[in-house]
Write a protein of this length. Structure first.
Length: 166
């Protein structure tokens, strides 16, 4: 894991009581929750696909991906459309967040390495712990969250849904 040495802009979002952030360079857009078409045989964390300007974008429930209990969608639920690099392949997928808050800038001095003990989240998913005021923000390494198996599954899900999304 590389230490963060440059100031960066991060999109903050909530899953349950935790505040997370993803580097804005990996966020394509944030969408209101719309109809998600279920795809048979997809794992529980794969909600299905959503039509974004004629493209079938797979949607992953980030709560379930992180092992949090499922919860009902609310008026604040958003789809964060992400661009991931896996190997040399660019993959686009949507991640469901309980709510999306704001874009913030963090200086390297505001970011600590993730703690190695008593951490609820897998440390390889976390770039660092941002601190803003008295609030901690978990900075995700979104590429690490999704394995190559997940990405293949996402691509298969999108391909299976293409006729339905047209």
């Amino acid at each position: 894991m590389n230490a963060i040495t440059e100031p960066g802009q991060y999109l903050t979002f909530r899953l349950g009581a935790e505040l997370f952030a993803i580097n804005v360079s990996q966020v394509r857009e944030v969408l209101d929750l719309s109809h998600v078409t279920k795809v048979p045989t997809a794992p529980a964390y794969m909600r299905g696909v959503v039509n974004v300007r004629g493209n079938a974008i797979p949607v992953v429930d980030l709560r379930q991906k992180f092992g949090l209990p499922a919860t009902a969608d609310t008026v604040n639920t958003r789809i964060v459309v992400l661009e991931l690099m896996l190997g040399s392949e660019l993959c686009v997928l949507g991640g469901l967040a309980d709510s999306v808050h704001e874009v913030i800038e963090l200086e390297p001095s505001q970011i600590n390495p993730p703690p190695t003990l008593a951490m609820r989240w897998r440390s390889e998913f976390i770039q660092g712990m941002g601190k803003r005021g008295d609030q901690f923000i978990i900075l995700l390494d979104i590429n690490a969250v999704f394995s190559s198996d997940d990405i293949l599954l996402v691509q298969d899900t999108a391909a299976a849904a293409k006729p339905a999304a047209a």
